[in-house]
Design a protein around this ligand. Structure first.
Ligand code: 1GP
Length: 248
């Protein structure tokens, strides 16, 4: 079964997926392996590996290896650009930052990265990346024309464009460590038009079960949490809280 099929099956059976994001630039590969193991024990469904700055080359490769050795979870690359690709991962969110002003983040890195994905036999999961205010480092690095929080129609327009272009997943990103996550009204409006078959991923600034649950209830199929995992001492309990909230 492909990673995409596995994730979609979890959405079908359990209501939503929880994804743990590990930025290889934030800790040693060894520590990344330990965090992944705790997240696995806490019930997360897969681990994403990537970041906007510093997550490149051997740093990514060693982090992927450490996570693969520490647990059985699928590892999905979440590259900030083509340099964020590395062998050993199960899949990659093969994404285009649709609301970027910079063609590098819309198609150029994709063209540079595609032969690498092919060579290493990494499963590509077609995904639109849409950055919402405040946008964080992803918005700044990707030169995104940030979608205002009070303009769900703009997120809907980009999401429909993504669906019509054949993208399978739509990631609504508020930016890592955002003070406010993607608004529920925006998630609801996007899910309403893209339907069941196109999966909606939401991340950025989600730190507790309630915030995650509200977003799932609004239509998010997958919830990503990263920063909070780096901040807490007890990763397993925090992941348990988040997983329970998205699946209940
Ligand atoms: C960032 O959406 C992810 O790309 C996760 O955000 O680090 O705020 O959980 P946090």
């Amino acid at each position: 079964m492909s990673v995409e099929e596995r994730l979609n099956q979890i959405v079908e059976k359990e209501g939503a997926v929880h994804l743990t994001l590990i930025d290889p630039d934030s800790q040693s590969p060894e520590m990344a392996g330990k965090i992944a193991k705790e997240a696995y024990l806490g019930g997360t469904d897969a681990v994403m590996v990537g970041g906007s700055t510093g997550a490149t080359g051997s740093t990514v490769e060693q982090t992927v290896q450490a996570i693969k050795s520490a647990c059985d979870l699928p590892v999905i690359l979440f590259p900030g650009n083509a340099a964020g690709l590395a062998p050993g991962a199960d899949a990659v969110f093969f994404m285009s930052l649709l609301n970027s002003r910079d063609v590098n983040y819309i198609t150029t890195n994709q063209a540079i990265g595609a032969p690498i994905v092919y060579k290493h036999n990494i499963e590509p999961i077609s995904m639109a990346y849409i950055v919402i205010e405040p946008g964080g480092a992803a918005g700044w690095v990707g030169d995104a024309r940030l979608i205002p929080r009070n303009k769900p129609k703009l997120a809907v327009a980009y999401s429909l464009a993504a669906k019509y272009l054949g993208m399978h997943y739509i990631y609504l990103e508020a930016g890592s460590g955002a003070d406010k996550p993607v608004p529920v009204e925006m998630i609801r409006a996007v899910k309403k038009v893209v339907g069941k078959s196109t999966k909606v991923i939401v991340g950025g600034g989600i730190r507790d079960g309630n915030t995650a649950k509200e977003r799932v209830e609004a239509g998010a199929d997958m919830i990503v949490t990263g920063t909070i995992v780096e901040q807490v001492d007890d990763v397993r309990s925090k992941i348990e809280e988040l997983v329970k909230a998205v699946k209940s």
